[in-house]
Design a protein around this ligand. Structure first.
Ligand code: XMP
Length: 516
C-alpha cells in the first residue's frame, strides 16, 4: 500500500474527458489518478483505492476495437461509477445488455430523477445533463435499479447501491451538466465515503520527501529555469528538499520580454537564494536566426540551440546526475497512454523544454502528479508572487514567434517595448483577470502614417488578447475602447518603428493563439 492518500482511480476509456473527471474529483478534495485500462488493475492494487470511475469513450461495447477493461475491477470491493461507455461496459460485464439507441441523444438533455438517494442525494426533479451517445442500456443487470430517465433513454442513470455500483449515460464532468459536480461529490463523499481532506497544498511535503528519496543524501540536480510557473514551482520544491545541491540554469536566448532576465535573477537568486547561473546566449541565438523568416525553421533553430547551450552549461556541474523538470500530470498521462499496452513500461515524459534522452540523467519531476491549476495553488502556498504564479503562458521560442519576418535585434527591441505597453496597461487597468494571454505581435508590413507634419513609413503591430480554458480553443476579447485607445496611442507615440496598431479578432480554431 502506498503512502498516497486514499483516492479515486479514473480509468481512461478513450474519451478526452478522463482528465476532466480526475480534476473534478480533486475539486471535491479527494485525490485521484488516471490510468489506461491495460494498466488499471496494477494501478488499482498499487494505490490506496477508495473507488473507481470508468470514463466515457468513443467506442461501442460491441466494436472489435472496444477498449478491454479488466473485469476484476468489479471485484475489488470498492464502489464503481461508470460514465457513458463506462456504464455500458459495466452493464455488459455484469450480465445486462446494451443496444443501439433508436434515437441518438446529443447535447443538453433533460432527465427526470426517480431516486434521490446515494448518487442523487439532494438532486431531485428534472435537471439538464450533457448526453453524447448512440448506444444505450437495454436490460439492467441483476440487482440494478433505475435512478433517472430521459425522454428516449429509460436508464439515464442506474445503480446497485449495496455494491456501490452506479452508472450514468450522461457526462457529469462537463459544466453543461448542471448538477454534475454534486453527482461527482456524492459519489466520492457518500458512496465511496472518502473524507474530502486532500488539497494540492498537502502534496508539497510528500514531493519534498520524494525528491529526497530519489536524489539521496549526496546527489545534485541541474534544472533549466524558464521563469514560467511550472519550472519555477518545481525548482522551489527541489530547492526546499536539497538546498544548494540544486543548480538552476536560466538561458537568455535574446528572445525574452522586457525585464524578464532581471526578474528571474531577483526572485530565484536574491529572494530564494538558489544557485542560479544566468547564461547570456542571446548573441549566439540571434546569429543563428539571422535571415530566417520561416516559422518552423525558427522554432527548430531555437530548440537546437537551447539544447546545445544547456548541455554545455550542465556539464559544469559534473557531480549532478539528476535533471529537474516541471513536467505536469497531463504530459505524464499522455506519455503513459502512448505506451499503455498490456506490456507497457511507463516511461518518463521529457518536458516540452525539448531536452533529449541522451543527457543520461535521471529525472526529478516534482509536479508530475499535478494539474496546472494545482501547481498554481502550490506556488502560492510556497510564497511565489502572483507575478510568477498567475503569469500568462509564454512560448519556448519566445518573441521569435511574435516577430514575424526577419528577427533582428532592432525589431526585437521594438516588439519588446510595444509588448511591455500592452501588458502593463492591461494589468494596470485590472483587465487581465480572466484573460489567457495578451501580447503584441510585430508585423513585417509597412504602411504610411503622419506624425506631426512628417510622413512616416513604419511597421504595424497586432494586439492578440484571448480567453481560453486550455489553449486548445480560444476566443478574442473585446477590451474597453478607452483601454485599447490608450495602448494604441502609447505604442504609436512611444515606440519608434511602429506607426499602426491593429486588433486580431480571430478565434482558435481556425486561427492559433501565436502568429507563428
Ligand atoms: P497556439 O499558437 O498553438 O498556442 O494556439 C497554444 C498555446 O501554446 C503556447 N505555445 C507554446 N508553448 N512552446 C511552448 O512552451 C512552444 O513552442 C509554443 N508554441 C505555442 C502559446 O503561447 C499558447 O498558450
Amino acid at each position: 500500500m502506498s503512502s498516497e492518500p486514499k483516492g479515486i482511480l479514473v480509468v481512461d476509456l478513450g474519451a478526452q474527458y478522463a482528465q476532466l473527471i480526475a480534476r473534478r474529483v480533486r475539486e471535491t478534495n479527494v485525490w485521484s489518478k488516471i490510468t489506461p485500462p491495460a494498466l488499471a488493475l496494477e494501478a488499482a492494487r498499487e494505490m490506496n483505492l477508495g473507488g473507481i470511475i470508468l470514463s466515457g469513450g468513443p467506442a461501442s461495447v460491441y466494436a472489435e476495437d472496444a477498449p478491454e477493461v479488466p473485469k476484476e475491477l468489479l471485484e475489488l470491493g470498492v464502489p464503481v461509477l461508470g460514465i457513458c461507455y463506462g456504464l455500458q461496459w459495466m452493464v455488459q460485464a455484469l450480465g445486462g445488455t446494451v443496444s443501439n439507441a433508436s434515437k441518438r441523444e446529443f447535447g443538453r438533455t433533460s432527465i427526470t430523477v426517480a431516486r434521490t438517494t446515494d448518487l442523487f442525494d439532494g438532486v431531485d426533479g428534472r435537471t439538464v445533463v450533457w448526453m453524447s451517445h448512440g448506444d444505450q442500456v437495454e436490460k439492467l443487470p441483476a440487482g440494478f435499479v433505475p435512478y433517472a430517465h430521459s425522454e428516449t433513454c429509460p436508464f439515464a442513470a442506474i445503480g446497485q447501491p449495496e455494491k456501490g455500483f452506479f452508472g450514468v449515460q450522461f457526462h457529469p464532468e462537463v459544466t453543461h451538466t448542471v448538477r454534475g459536480r454534486e453527482l461527482i461529490q456524492n459519489f466520492v463523499w457518500r458512496v465511496c465515503e472518502l473524507p474530502g481532506d486532500w488539497n494540492a497544498g498537502s502534496i508539497i511535503e510528500r514531493e519534498i520527501e520524494r525528491v529526497h528519496e530519489i536524489v539521496g543524501p549526496q546527489g545534485e540536480v541541474v534544472m533549466g529555469l524558464s521563469g514560467g510557473v511550472d519550472s519555477s514551482v518545481a525548482a522551489v520544491i527541489v530547492h526546499k528538499a536539497i538546498g544548494d545541491r540544486l543548480h538552476c540554469i536560466f538561458v537568455d536566448n535574446g528572445l525574452l520580454r522586457k525585464g524578464e532576465r532581471d526578474a528571474v535573477r531577483l526572485l530565484f537568486g536574491d529572494h530564494f537564494h538558489m544557485d542560479l547561473t544566468v547564461v547570456d546566449a542571446s548573441e549566439r541565438f540571434l546569429e543563428r536566426l539571422a535571415g530566417i523568416t520561416e516559422p518552423e525553421a525558427k522554432r527548430k533553430i531555437i530548440g537546437h540551440e537551447f539544447v546545445e547551450v544547456f548541455r554545455r552549461e550542465a556539464k559544469r556541474f559534473q557531480r549532478a546526475d539528476f535533471l529537474g523538470q516541471g513536467t505536469l500530470y497531463p504530459d505524464v498521462i499522455e506519455s503513459v497512454a502512448a505506451h499503455g499496452g498490456s506490456t507497457a513500461v511507463i516511461k518518463s515524459h521529457h518536458n516540452v523544454g525539448g531536452l533529449p534522452d541522451d543527457l543520461e540523467m535521471e529525472l526529478v519531476e516534482p509536479l508530475r502528479e499535478l494539474f496546472k491549476d494545482e501547481v498554481r495553488v502550490i506556488g502560492r502556498h510556497m510564497g511565489l508572487a502572483s507575478a510568477v504564479v498567475d503569469r500568462q503562458p509564454f512560448p519556448g521560442p519566445g518573441l521569435a514567434v511574435r516577430c514575424l519576418g526577419e528577427i533582428t535585434p532592432e525589431r526585437l527591441a521594438v516588439l519588446r517595448e510595444a509588448d511591455h505597453i500592452v501588458t502593463s496597461e492591461i494589468e494596470a487597468a485590472g483587465a487581465h483577470e480572466g484573460l489567457w494571454q495578451y501580447f503584441a505581435v510585430l508585423l513585417p508590413v509597412r504602411s504610411v502614417g503622419v506624425m506631426g507634419d512628417a510622413r512616416t513609413y513604419e511597421e504595424a503591430c497586432a494586439l492578440r488578447i484571448v480567453q481560453s480554458e486550455d489553449a486548445m480553443t480560444a476566443d478574442w476579447v473585446q477590451l474597453p475602447k478607452e483601454l485599447l485607445a490608450r495602448i494604441s496611442n502609447r505604442i504609436i507615440n512611444e515606440v519608434r518603428g511602429i506607426n499602426r496598431v491593429v486588433l486580431d479578432i480571430s478565434t482558435k480554431p481556425p486561427g492559433t493563439i501565436e502568429w507563428e
